[in-house]
Design a protein around this ligand. Structure first.
Ligand code: AMP
Ligand code: GLY
Length: 429
């Protein structure tokens, strides 16, 4: 079949790679794509990357049989609905269902209604009431996380250090620091524990978990520094034991499926539950309505069965027929980022060397933010490359990925040296 993927990041590069390896894939097109994705898929230059009606028209008039939507923005904008209206199956939830990521208030109310364990919360649409709630919570000795309700490019969550910090975050939201996303604010109980990412395919009738993973959100080693989009990941995550996964299935995934059915939400795609493993069991930090990035670059390289088949059957209500086959070998991926990330502004255009040497060492190099200049790859974004490598043990995978990425460099590149170290701690204990 002819498949169109929407997106341009490392996640979409990993999706395209696994689709390319699937026997069902005939033509693979990616819009807007990237110089890395262009090595394995057609990236038509004449279709604007965020003009959803134009993309729907392109799909309908170019023999596209199936569309996979990577990022949250097109989903929250209703791109899946537009493309489905052309009679083309789409992997990705409807606009109404995408509110599970697009509005934290919507998502928290959904969790509450369907009994999905999550942090206690309250939603506010004005600074005075929000500030009063912050003060009352801190007076009672409780700490808070401040969240802009809408999509804020991963920046709208402030894990407050103290009361003053929480009040400042509330003021920042209501004074427009996150645009319209911050016009409503969710104040949430601070949860303590270890985080993990749970991905599951959903077709409206069946929900099937993928291999577990763990992201590293902070910029610096030892989980120090500011939050980022993610600096590396590994799969599987040993914190997600079989017993914990069974608990997540029962307390999160099954109620999620019951909830989308009861609310009549058209959900054919991937649900990503970011969970905190607390002393009282798993609690959902957030839902995302798409694959995580960079977790996908650690999860999908482990998939031995056909991704195209799994996603197509999910999109067409036949997920129950899908049997996923995973390579047991752990996979670790490390994000190579521009030195100015995440604060910015990014100094772009430095020539990147060493990608082929890394590939020759057996690593897969996904492009997250590169451009092609005079026939050479240069850095263009905050997160630039994601280097991924599997090995028979997590320790061997860590050693192998760092050895493979060693030849890659450009001026002012940064990366974390401790990706997947947390997994080792679990294995030792
Ligand atoms: P989110 O975008 O909701 O996943 O939040 C980004 C990050 O903020 C999460 O990955 C957590 O590290 C942290 N976070 C979010 N909500 C909470 C919470 N209730 N308690 C503690 N940390 C949180
Ligand atoms: N890895 C975090 C995210 O995709 O939102």
């Amino acid at each position: 079949m002819n498949i169109l993927v929407l997106g341009s990041g490392g996640r979409e590069h990993a999706i395209c790679r696994s689709l390319k390896l699937s026997p069902e894939t005939k033509r693979l097109v990616c819009i807007p794509g990237s110089p890395g994705i262009a090595q394995i898929a057609e990236c038509p230059a004449d279709v604007p990357g965020s003009d959803w009606p134009a993309i729907a028209d392109y799909a309908a008039s170019n023999g596209i049989d199936f569309v996979v939507i990577g990022p949250e923005a097109p989903l929250c904008d209703g791109a899946a609905d537009l493309i489905r209206a052309k009679g083309i199956p789409v992997f990705g939830p409807s606009k109404a269902a995408a509110q599970l990521e697009g509005s934290k208030d919507f998502s928290k109310k959904f969790m509450d209604k369907y009994g999905i364990p999550t942090a206690a919360f309250a939603t506010f649409d004005n600074a005075a009431d929000a500030r009063a709630y912050v003060n009352a919570q801190y007076d009672a000795g409780r700490e808070l996380v401040v969240k802009a309700d809408g999509l804020a490019a991963g920046k709208g969550v402030i894990v407050s250090k103290d009361r003053a910090d929480a009040l400042a975050a509330v003021d920042a939201c209501f004074s427009g620091a996150f645009g319209t996303a911050g016009a409503r604010v969710v104040l949430e109980e601070l949860l303590v524990g270890e985080e993990a990412s749970i991905f599951a395919l959903v077709d409206g009738k069946t929900i099937t978990a993928l291999a577990s993973s763990q992201d590293h959100k902070r910029q610096l080693d030892g989980d120090k520094g500011p939050n980022t989009g993610g600096m590396g990941a590994y799969s599987p995550a040993p914190v997600v034991t079989d017993a914990l996964m069974a608990e997540v299935q029962k307390k999160v995934l099954e109620p999620f499926l019951a909830g989308i059915q009861a609310e009549k939400l058209d959900y054919r795609g991937l649900i990503y539950a970011g969970i905190m493993v607390t002393k009282d069991g798993p609690k959902v930090l957030e839902f995302n309505v798409r694959f995580g990035d960079p977790e996908t670059e650690a999860v999908l390289p482990r998939l031995r069965s056909s991704l195209a088949d799994a996603l197509y059957k999910t999109a067409t209500g036949r997920l129950a027929e899908v049997k996923l086959d995973w390579n047991p070998d752990p996979c670790v991926c490390v994000v190579l980022a521009s030195g100015e990330y995440p604060a910015g502004p990014i100094v772009k255009g430095h020539v990147i060397s060493g990608i082929e040497e890394a590939e020759a060492k057996g690593a897969v190099v996904f492009h997250a933010g590169t451009a092609m200049q005079d026939g050479k790859f240069v850095n263009k974004g905050g997160r630039v490359l994601v280097v991924s490598k599997s090995a028979p043990t997590i320790r061997a995978a860590i050693d192998a990925v760092y050895e493979a990425l060693a030849p890659i460099s450009w001026e002012n590149m940064q990366y974390r040296r401790d990706i997947a170290k947390k997994a080792l701690k679990h294995l030792q204990s």
